[in-house]
Design a protein around this ligand. Sequence first.
Ligand code: HEM
Length: 446
Amino acid sequence: VSLLWFSTKEKPFKALPGNRGWPLAGETLSFLKPYSANSLGVYMNNHISRYGKIFSSNLLGREAIVSADAELNRFVLNRDGKQFKTAWFAAPRKIFGRESIAFATGKTHMKFRSIIADFLSMKRLQTVFLEDADHLASDLTKSWRDGDVISAKQESFKYCIKLMAKSTLSIKEEDDPRMQMLQRDYSHFLSAIFSLPLNIPGMKYWNALQGDEYNYDLLEMLMERKEYSNEEIEDFMLGMIFAGHDSTSRAITFMLYLLANSPSAVITALQEEHLKIINSRSDKKQQKLSWDDYKSMKFSRCVIKETLRLSSVAPFIPKVATEDVRYKEMIIPRGSLVIVHMRAVQLDPFAFHNPMNFNPWRWLDACCDDEKRKRSYMPFGGGTRMCPGENLAQLEMAVLLHHIIINYEWEMAESAAPDRPIYLPYLDFPGGLHIRIKALHLFDRN
Ligand code: HEM
């Protein structure tokens, strides 16, 4: 009886409302069409209003389900590695290498995750990462002058890539040739790393372990385990450096954009919070941020959360069903694509009142929507592949925000072409997002 019940209740997803688009191309072009960051894009808006939050399509030559539904999204992400796997649109194997964590599955994936967990441990966040981020953010903001027009995209990139270069390879100096290669081109960069005789005791890498108990880099952590081939180490490092700087620098750029366009009350609340940190120091010359300082940045954390909600650096994750999967009354056939659309969920008006409004206070008010909000907020994905850099990314954002907010005001600089964020479909700032900064003198540095 129950078999009969299931077979009559189950619907193949082809029965889902939706549109198959053109033969072969399906709806791929309209799905990938660039759109402005202050919207969800024509494709998603039209389809959700016509078909609801879960609809069928044909994307990249495959039968597809597009999900703007928090529950289905979590269902799929939680089953990555069991019933689903990531579907890559481009050919990132050529870019990241075939041993990258992005393609690792099963035990290999778990081993990589355990290295990353050590690398990004709370202890290291509280010590080396905080100290390095603080130092880099201070240097970066000190290099700006009153009235300068700077590219927020470039400056954020510099800050994040330097932090990754230092923590993964102990590259400290700007003029280190590897640093320049890293900024220019990943493939050259790789050959540069591995042309160095890294295994020889006494070399820079091995020496870097001296001193602080937590002050070692990722390459050392990998090499110490002595179980990885050069190719595995190469690809893993490349993947980490990429994952570790790219999304965070985009999120920071978007935060600066949102703050440049936000009501003055947001800036005032931030300034108050960060000046309090400075004024609470008994020694005003002591300028280093402590972990307690970071923990006290309550409103800044709301700004960061709201930035990540609105920015959706990773707007969606494409997954493929590796077997027939039953979800409620539906069967998702093996080989079909599921677009886990996190951005659509984060902009869902049923979960977030006035979803396009930048409103950091929404994260302060405990209200009836709490549970819905929690379920709908997933900028770092979920399940077995959930971003392991979540805490580091937020730390980096808060530390840079601290240094900027106490020293500068900024506004969008006028430019010939519109300089606005767009989704390509990943978040980008084609014009570089130019801002004009004005130096502030909010506190006495002596
Ligand atoms: C605002 C910044 C960031 C955002 C929005 C972000 C977002 C994400 C998302 C959504 C995923 C999941 C992909 C999937 O399910 O297939 C992911 C994976 C990953 N992220 Fe992040 N990330 C950020 C920063 C970082 C940082 C700072 C690091 C490392 C230092 C990092 C390292 C990784 C790695 C290694 C993975 C792959 C995990 C795996 O496959 O098991 N990310 N990230």
